[in-house]
Write a protein that binds this ligand. Structure first.
Ligand SMILES: [Fe+2]
Length: 242
C-alpha cells in the first residue's frame, strides 16, 4: 500500500494549495493522506487553511499541540512555544480568526491513529505518545516489533530504523526548519506481505516550491502579531522568534 504523510502546515495556505496542486499534477490524488497536526498558528491564514482541510477528504487529521491550544485558555497562554507576550498575542490573534465551526473541528481531532498494513503495525502521533510537545525517542518504543512509528512536530524529516521498527517524519509542509524553505511531505510505500514477513518500506520525501512571497505579504497585510520572526523563518527555513 501507498499513503501520503503531511504535517505542520501552520496556517500557510499557499503551501497547502501547492501540495494539493502537486497531488493532482502527479496523479496522486487517489492516495490516502494522513495529516499529523499543527494546522494553525505561526502563519497568516488559519481560517482559510482549516476551511480547505475540512473540504478535503483526508484519511485522518491528528491534533497538534498548536491546534489543541486554540480551545484551551490555559494552554494557549502557558506553553513552551509562546513564552513571550508577543507569542501569546499571536496565539490569541489566531484564535480570533477561527470560525466557531473551525474551532469545533480542531477540538474534535484525535491524538493518535493506528492500523495494520503489509505485515506492519502503523502508529501515528503528532509529537510523542502522551506529549504533543516532544518527539519520539527510540528508547521509549517497542523496537522489537514490526511497527512503523510516524510523527510530525519537529519540522525536520526523519527516516530511521530502530531494531525491527521504523520512525518516519515527513517534515513540515508550511514551516520547514531544515534550511530548505520548500514545502515538505512524504510518501510511504509498503510492499504487501504477511505479519510473519513484513514487506519492505520505502519513505520518499518530496519537496515542492510554493509562493513564499504571498505568505510573507499576508503576514504584513493582516498585521499578524509576532510576524518578523515568521517572515524570516519562512524564507530561511531556520527557526527565529525575533
Ligand atoms: Fe508544528
Amino acid at each position: 500500500m501507498k499513503f501520503i504523510l503531511a504535517s505542520d502546515i501552520h496556517a500557510n495556505l499557499p503551501a497547502l494549495e501547492a501540495f494539493f496542486h502537486y497531488l493532482e499534477k502527479e496523479n496522486l490524488s487517489s492516495l490516502p493522506v494522513y495529516f499529523l497536526g499543527d494546522y494553525v498558528n505561526l502563519g497568516p491564514y488559519p481560517e482559510e487553511t482549516v476551511e480547505l482541510l475540512r473540504k478535503f477528504d483526508g484519511k485522518i487529521y491528528l491534533c497538534g499541540n498548536h491546534d489543541r491550544y486554540m480551545n484551551s485558555e490555559y494552554a494557549l497562554e502557558h506553553n513552551p512555544y509562546f513564552s513571550s507576550t508577543d507569542g501569546v498575542r499571536h496565539s490569541h490573534w489566531t484564535r480570533t480568526q477561527l470560525s466557531p465551526e473551525s474551532l469545533k473541528w480542531l477540538e474534535a481531532l484525535p491524538a493518535r491513529h493506528q492500523f495494520d498494513a503489509g505485515g506492519w503495525h502503523i502508529d501515528m502521533v503528532h509529537g510523542r505518545h502522551n506529549s504533543d510537545e516532544e518527539t519520539l525517542r527510540a528508547a521509549d518504543l517497542e523496537t522489537d516489533k514490526n511497527i512503523i512509528y510516524i510523527c510530525g512536530h519537529t519540522h525536520f524529516t526523519r527516516n530511521e530504523t530502530a531494531g525491527k521498527a521504523r520512525i518516519l517524519n515527513p517534515g513540515s509542509l508550511g514551516k520547514p526548519l531544515d534550511s530548505d524553505s520548500r514545502a515538505s511531505f512524504g510518501i510511504v510505500t509498503i510492499e504487501e506481505n504477511s505479519p510473519e514477513n513484513p514487506g519492505p518500506v520505502t519513505f520518499d520525501i518530496i519537496r515542492i516550491p510554493y509562493d513564499i512571497d504571498r505568505t510573507v505579504a499576508a503576514l504584513e497585510q493582516r498585521n499578524v502579531p509576532w510576524r518578523n520572526g515568521m517572515m524570516t523563518s519562512l524564507r530561511t527555513a531556520v527557526y527565529t522568534d525575533d
